[in-house]
Write a protein that binds this ligand. Sequence first.
Ligand code: ADP
Ligand code: MG
Length: 378
Amino acid sequence: MTAAPLPGLEDLGDIAGASVLVRADFNVPLRSGEIADDLRIRAGVPTIGWLRGRGASVVVCAHLGRPGGRPDPAWSVEPVRARLNGLVEGVELLENLRFDPGEEADDPAFTDGLIEGCDFYVNDAFGVSHRPHASIVGPPRFLPSAAGRLLAREVEVLGGMRHPPRRPFVAVLGGSKVSDKLGAIEALLEVVDTLVVGGAMCFTFLKARGHAVGSSRCEDAMVERCRALLDSGADIRLPHDIVALGPGGRLGRPDDAGEVRHTGPDLGDGWVGADIGPGSAAAFGDVILDAGTVFWNGPMGVFEDPRFAAGTGAVAAAAAETRAYTVVGGGDSGAALAGLGLAGEVDHVSTGGGASLELIEKGDLCGLAALRGAPNAR
Ligand code: ADP
Ligand code: MG
């Protein structure tokens, strides 16, 4: 990171008796109203505990899901509040920020209401720090502010990917849309030794290399940019075999009639590439095992469907086994790793998918810049 350091908790000075507004990322997955994974809530505890331990009263604000700017009981933070109160006592959690359109619009009146009665602001919500929302960029305009422990650690680790600790540095990118991640891929190509591409996005690269992609997800508007990257001489590894679903089959419906075939990199009409093949999975695994630093973002296939989970499983297993310094960029890849019980086997699982990619791409996030502009940091 070239930017100035972030103000940290210690820079707040004496907070005894003060009221601290903490923006947390408690956007946990819910299943029938129950918290399916409380990682994000637990990850917020060190900062809140630190503030409480120094005599501050803590008001936490967070969002849950995408209620679209109006109250929706389905997205009430009540289950989060119950879980949080079980972890730390005496902490207030405000209702879902996104029940008000002012949050996503960065409405100054909404910020005014949020900071009322508060003396300090702490951002510990890495996963939303790339969003110019009121609770992220608003309070630091007025209150002495700091990065919480989780945010500081995420910035250190993900920001550090631009200067990998050990080589070779291998980035493994997958997931759904190449257009979402191409900026990060281009930035990563400046620092990695090898880029491994799987997931739906590999089909745009395979098409750029002249392969037939059948009915696989492919972004035609991105083919030229992918071709330029392939022609640049960078070490980019694409799958040489694919697990594909035949015409008429449906992803996520294993009971359906669709035929599943292991093929080479050229797919017939109507066939959908849904996972990297076992040969590619083994090759990708070897690259990961031989790496000094690994950054992984995005599953290798439609891992939610057991027919197409093997490629992601192989990459997760290699990420767990390698002696490389290994960072997983959150979102679905983090969920896949956790689902396999391997989250504890890597060095860092980010709580933010989009935020981690944007930090790698741009070296900064609007929420971090806001903290650096706070009255105590200017
Ligand atoms: P992350 O959250 O880790 O950044 P993304 O959100 O970009 O990952 O992508 C995850 C989604 O990509 C998953 O829902 C997965 O099913 C989907 N996906 C992966 N490979 C394919 C593929 N070959 N075809 C269609 N969807 C895919
Ligand atoms: Mg995702």
